[in-house]
Design a binder for this molecule. Structure first.
Ligand code: IVH
Length: 671
């Protein structure tokens, strides 16, 4: 049966359209249509493909879900060797590398292209006449494994190149990775399914790509970032003559290229780039272990050539290790303001990513057991995604037999009262309400920035005041007299006066929100404190609220509500609050009149700038009232809020006949 021409055209058009929307969504992260609209196009294409199997195409966007499983990977020879890179570990070595280039190419002042060295695995992807035809791993550089079926499932990899004007044959090289965020999510899912967690994003990417069943790979959040070329053939003249043009060219074909790449006119610009990436490293959404610098001019690259292992025109400038080994000298246990006992590793100082690390939290007893740590162990420590150091594991091969088992205390290290676990919590807690460690930590929080923000009253002074018995509760701070302070070590006339003045000032300027936050109620941070202060007049009114009532407020679930309720039921806390009132620490707030949930289920979209508030503020307000702010325009949007200089969304909204309101109307709605 011949397929009607209009169907052939329709299928072609749908594939082009979906490819374009995939590119907007997965490569540019900037979709132009809503999910339901996309789903509609996709369903339409799938239906036509099912009805006309003659139109089957392995590169159809519907094939991203993965084909039939393999029994093993075939091998595939690379047409141009996939080299490794020489490593350097300092800017000095970088300068030596530049000198070597200058010796090999006398009289040349090279410029460079620098970009992050992504920590994933190297892959080559091949296109013929703009169509994806094959992909292979690096392997030994000469022969790799054929991973065509798996690469086909990677969402940000185009199966059809965007531009008609593309090379007739193109081998693109790049890195397959998993972002830090996707890695966390993937590991959480693995554990939920009872499967093993991956050690790091690199292992997760490699494990996901080396699956024989492409349907499994399709479910993994893999991404491909292009950084270079293998063999390339053009219809006529080659179009790209520098590395910078290669990257821009690959980008114009719809490929995602390594983010944050930069042209560096000279060696010192590379040094600056290196320092800036080193500083930025932990804030990037993916793991990097250094930068890669390439001579920008492709002719010069060719002239410099390669050794048996690596090209002479490129260098990996690695970052200082963020993992290292050191000794676990001891484990101490700290008591926090809520009474939680936290074990802390005391380490022999070790430098990681340029900072000296001598302590690291071990979170709780289970964590120590799960890791199998013993005091005296040599341990692997790292500064992971964030900058907080952590103990990864003991190096069991280095044990001498003198290591000691750690026993978690069953009594509070500060007051010696027995510790207990509440409900199914993993943490041990000290339940003694007058535990000095809890009091001390509670007071440190009370005066901190998240509390009343008492300037000049730091951690050290709070500790002194508590240890000298001058302060036994937060109210005592406001009863301090100059005579109490003067006998303290390192205290002077002026300092005492200043301290008392800032305590008095903090009392006067305390808002209800600050005071609620200062109380240190379990699970109540600054955000929740703000919600409470907006809905209750003072602490007395808040203390009367039932858990059911509290749960009607935005962001307050049953656990938080119960914690607030219990706090105000506690007799010691009741006494504290009445004392606050007595001494005049009694802020009141103007309650809002709006009922929460007024905009329940309503979808908003913004276009143009608002003059009375920022976008995030407007979004927050809508969400507090139960509404939602969406980014893609569709028939489901209830209100289109138009500010100054609206964008194209306004036209689309008009076409769809949506309700369009201005800023004043929006303010009426949320007031
Ligand atoms: S260029 C001949 N650029 O690093 C030059 N490699 O240690 C080929 N890598 O096998 C590599 N990010 O897997 C280049 N922006 C980047 C890279 C990068 C990560 C990996 C690549 C390579 C390995 C060499």
């Amino acid at each position: 049966m011949t397929v009607p021409l209009e169907i052939v055209e329709k299928v072609k058009k749908l594939r082009q359209e979906i490819n374009y929307h995939d590119y907007r969504y997965y490569v540019l992260d900037d979709p132009v249509i809503s999910d339901p609209e996309y789903d509609k196009l996709f369903a339409e294409l799938k239906e036509l493909e099912a009805a006309y199997p003659e139109l089957d195409d392995p590169n159809s966007p519907t094939k991203k879900v993965g084909g039939t499983p393999l029994t093993s990977f075939a091998t595939r020879q690379h047409s141009v060797r996939m080299y490794s890179l020489d490593n350097a570990f300092s800017l000095e070595e970088w300068r030596e590398f530049v000198q070597k280039i200058k010796r090999l190419a006398p009289g040349v002042e090279p410029s460079f292209w620098a970009e992050p060295k992504m920590d994933g695995l190297a892959v080559e992807v091949i296109y013929e006449k703009g169509q994806f035809v094959a992909a292979a791993t690096r392997g030994d550089g000469l022969v790799g494994e054929d991973i065509t079926a798996n690469m086909r499932t990677i969402k940000n990899l185009p199966l059809t190149l965007l531009s008609e004007d593309c090379p007739t044959y193109l081998e693109v090289r790049g890195e397959v990775i998993i972002s830090k965020k996707d890695f966390e999510k993937l590991n959480a899912e693995q554990l939920k399914k009872g499967e093993k967690a991956f050690a790091n994003p690199r292992n997760a990417a490699s494990g996901s790509l080396r699956q024989l069943d492409p349907k499994i790979t399709a479910k993994r959040p893999l991404k491909f970032f292009a950084y270079g070329l293998g063999l390339i053939r053009w219809k006529s003249e080659p179009k790209w003559t520098t590395q910078e043009e290669v990257v821009a060219g690959l980008k114009s074909l719809g490929l995602a290229t390594v983010p944050e790449g930069k042209f560096c006119p000279g060696p010192e610009d590379v040094a600056r780039y290196y320092r800036s990436m080193l500083e930025k490293r932990y804030r990037l959404p993916f793991e990097i272990d250094g930068i890669v610098v390439k001579v920008n001019d492709l002719h010069l690259q060719e002239k410099l050539g390669a050794t048996s292992r690596a090209p002479r025109w490129a260098l990996a400038l690695k970052f200082p290790a963020h993992q290292g080994q050191t000794k676990l000298l001891d484990i101490t246990v700290q008591v926090g303001r809520t009474g939680v006992l936290t074990p802390v590793a005391i380490l022999e100082p070790v430098t990681l990513s340029g900072a000296v690390v001598s302590r690291a939290t071990l979170h709780n007893e289970n964590e120590i057991r799960a890791k199998g740590l013993k005091i005296g162990d040599t341990v692997v420590v790292q500064r992971a995604g964030d900058v907080i150091p952590e103990v990864v594991r003991p190096v069991k091969e280095k044990r001498t037999g003198h290591e000691k088992e750690f026993h978690f205390p069953r009594n509070c290290p500060a007051c010696n009262s027995p510790v207990a676990k509440i409900g199914d919590e993993v943490a041990w807690r000290c339940l003694n309400i007058s535990c000095p460690a809890k009091l001390e930590q509670g007071l440190i929080h009370f005066v901190s920035k998240s509390g009343l923000d008492i300037e000049g009253l730091g951690k050290k002074w709070v500790q002194t005041l508590v240890r000298k018995g001058l302060v036994k509760s937060p109210v005592d701070l406001f009863r301090l007299k100059k005579e109490d302070l003067l006998p303290l070590e390192r205290m002077g006339d002026k300092l005492a006066e200043n301290m008392l003045r800032s305590i008095e000032l903090a009392k006067k300027k305390a808002s209800l929100k600050k005071l609620i936050s200062a109380l240190g109620i379990r699970l109540v941070g600054e955000q929740t404190a703000r919600v409470l202060a907006e809905n209750y007049k003072d602490l007395d009114e808040l203390a009367q609220a039932s858990p059911e009532e509290l749960q009607t407020l935005p962001d307050i679930g049953p656990e938080v509500a119960s914690s607030i309720y219990k706090f105000f039921q506690n007799s010691a806390n009741k006494k504290l609050i009445s004392e606050f009132k007595q001494i005049g620490l009694w802020p009141e707030s103007a309650k809002k009149v709006t009922k929460p949930g007024k905009l329940e289920g309503k979808k908003f979209i913004f276009t143009g700038a608002l003059s009375s508030m920022s976008r995030p503020q407007a979004k927050k307000r809508v969400e507090e009232l139960g509404g939602k702010v969406v980014s893609a325009i569709s028939r489901n949007v209830d209100y289109v809020v138009v500010g100054d200089n609206p964008g194209s969304k306004l036209g689309k909204a008009r076409n769809l006949g949506l309700t369009i309101i201005n800023e004043n109307e929006f303010l009426d709605l949320i007031d």
